[in-house]
Design a protein around this ligand. Structure first.
Ligand SMILES: [Mn+2]
Length: 287
């Protein structure tokens, strides 16, 4: 995986200066041809909305793809959470579209309510089930959130986080469990072996997901695929198909970007220090 820390990157990228489409932008960074972000989960306390807003402001682009789970409808239904910073992100996205950026919204499973509006536009933002992006160097990228592949892969992702301590604990639990089972006249059953099997399956899940998405992109005749969903930024070749996962804005603050020559890159956003935020407004830099 190629992860670039682009904090304080040069103002000029590929011979093209970062131009202001909008005086609201902060031109500390570079302009890209296309930006792909997903799994923002607006409407949840986990969403890093302030950092996300900074990132969007710092990176103007010709295309902006929102690759699903933009708003977390599941959590909002349970508990309403909508601070100003989340509103600011939505306002910024609408503003981007208004200022001429081609903004495409591909809903995911957490914002499946938006799938009811496929084919429509909201303030210039196009809502589609999936999209195809043609890179500057002529490659065709299929854009999908990725949850459609959950059906074929049994997910037990949380088990991947089980550590050694928990394993020790399960061994102990296993002894007690089997003591009880024996007293009830039940045969021995290994809890730890069962869990170990589950963990292995969870680790395989990521690989299987990546392969399933890449193979579908190939079946559809594309050079590559851009997706999200599993909150794991990645860019690599899978059987001749370029698999790109743009990560998320809950844990990793990652985005996939296309340079003006068609080169793709994964970015990890490091929030700006306060000093840089002030005084580096667009107006101050365009002179
Ligand atoms: Mn998802």
């Amino acid at each position: 995986m190629r992860l670039a820390f682009d904090f304080m990157a040069p103002l000029v990228s590929g011979g093209r200066p970062a131009q202001a489409d909008d005086p609201d932008d902060v031109l500390t960074h570079r302009r890209y041809r296309a930006i792909f972000i997903s799994d923002l989960h607006l409407g949840t306390p986990g969403c890093q909305a302030a950092a996300l807003l900074e990132f969007i402001k710092a990176h103007p682009s010709d295309y902006l793809y929102l690759v699903g789970d933009v708003v977390d409808g599941w959590q909002l239904r349970r508990r309403w959470y909508w601070p100003q910073s989340h509103n600011d992100v939505v306002q910024k996205l609408l503003r981007r579209a208004r200022k001429g950026c081609h903004v495409v919204y591909v809903p995911g499973n957490h914002d499946e309510f938006a799938r009811g509006f496929i084919g429509h536009r909201f303030g210039g933002i196009e809502v589609v089930d999936d999209a195809v992006h043609r890179t500057a160097d002529g490659r065709s990228l299929w854009i999908t959130h990725g949850d459609y592949f959950d059906g074929v892969i049994q997910c037990a992702k949380w088990l991947a986080y089980l550590g050694d301590n928990l394993y020790e604990f399960t061994l102990k639990l296993n002894r007690h469990l089997n003591y009880c089972r024996a007293r009830l006249g039940l045969p021995y059953w290994s809890l730890s072996a069962y869990l170990k099997h589950k963990v292995k399956k969870a680790l395989n899940y990521v690989t299987e997901f990546e392969q399933a998405v890449a193979h579908e992109a190939r079946r559809r005749g594309h050079h590559g695929v851009v997706c999200g969903h599993i909150h794991r930024a990645e860019m690599r070749d899978i059987d001749g198909i370029l698999y790109c996962n743009d990560g998320d804005w809950v844990e990793s603050r990652t985005a996939l970007v296309e340079h003006f020559d068609g080169r793709l890159e994964l970015l990890h956003w490091a929030p700006l220090p306060e000093a840089a935020k002030q005084g580096l407004k667009a107006g101050a830099l365009t002179a």
